[in-house]
Design a protein around this ligand. Structure first.
Ligand code: NAD
Length: 282
């Protein structure tokens, strides 16, 4: 018996095998869930279909549980409507939806937040925050009682994390969307939660400067280490399953405890002191 036996849902946001969405998909499929997937639409006329190919290569390894793969640009209401129609046709109703998507232009990500372009801000907000509301609203009529919607967020939406810039503003909006959607959909017994993950090496992560964050994050975390993709996958499994039936509107931190710290850990102050000594050649 798997924890997700009999459950069907959508995993939105797989770009490649490093994607957090793929780590989540593997955990839920292992527990018996049937999944529908999306990929970023390939440009018209692009015969290589790079985006489709990358995701298809992964899902084709799970023929029993990965049931369909369709293009989705969350900025497009037509794409969302097509995804609803496919889901209805393939699954009838669903029990979960994973929203694991974010985007801001690299130019805006590298700028100081105050210098974000108007156009870039609106696009980043549309893809990274508004899309959760749009998808929740579009899929609510297909959702069974106790269905679970899950978004992916980051601590940079709660506190200022230098370098995270406009994406921090988007994550603050996303966190708020989680809570308001949880309220709106609570009366239909649909739950909406988010995981606030520590830094992980992924496509989106590298654009947000994850590689540079990793050493400091390990030193600043009570567990004294960074997290792994599968750890997020397992926590997502909990939030998508009936084990978390009474949890909604929650932001669950899967970050080795980083978010609870109010001042540097001893490991970090020791490391800084050792570095200062080395530099002073004492
Ligand atoms: P990723 O690059 O693998 O995933 C990002 C996904 O967003 C991709 O699949 C991409 O196709 C999709 N996307 C971008 N624009 C889109 C659009 N217009 N329409 C539809 N999909 C679109 O990177 P990831 O790190 O797995 O990111 C997944 C989520 O996790 C994001 O919300 C990210 O902010 C969040 N997150 C990541 C980290 C980290 O350290 N990597 C930490 C905390 C939260």
């Amino acid at each position: 018996m798997g924890l997700m036996d009999g459950k069907k849902g959508l995993i939105l946001g797989v770009a490649n095998d490093h994607s957090i969405a793929w780590a989540i998909a593997q955990e839920v499929m292992k527990e018996g869930a049937l999944c529908g997937f999306s990929h970023l639409p390939d440009p018209p006329g692009d015969e290589r279909r790079k985006s489709w190919n990358r995701v298809q290569k992964l899902t084709s390894e799970y023929p029993a549980t990965a049931k369909f793969l369709v293009p989705l640009d969350v900025r497009s209401d037509a794409n969302i409507a097509e995804l609803v129609a496919t889901t209805k046709q393939e699954f009838g109703t669903i029990d979960f939806l994973v929203h694991s998507m974010a985007f801001a232009s690299i130019e805006d990500l590298k700028r100081e937040t105050v210098a974000t372009s108007r156009e870039g801000f609106l696009m980043a907000m549309d893809i990274s925050a508004y899309s959760l509301l749009a998808l929740s609203n579009a899929f609510a009529p297909l959702m069974n009682a106790n269905a679970s919607i899950l978004a992916m967020t980051y601590y940079g939406g709660e506190k200022c994390v230098p370098g995270y810039n406009v994406m921090g503003v988007c994550k603050a909006a996303l966190d708020s969307c989680v809570k308001y959607a949880a309220y709106d959909l609570g009366s239909k017994s649909i739950r909406v939660n988010a995981i606030s993950a520590g830094p992980l090496k992924t496509l989106a992560g590298s654009a947000a400067g994850v590689k540079e964050m990793l050493p400091m994050n390990a030193l600043m975390s009570p567990l004294g280490r960074n997290i792994e993709h599968a750890e997020v996958g397992k926590s997502a499994l909990f939030l998508l399953s009936d084990l978390s039936q009474a949890i909604t509107g929650e932001i669950l931190h899967v970050d080795a405890g980083f978010n609870i710290m109010g001042a540097p850990t001893k490991a970090l102050t020791d490391a800084v002191a050792a570095d200062a000594l080395k530099k002073a050649k004492v």
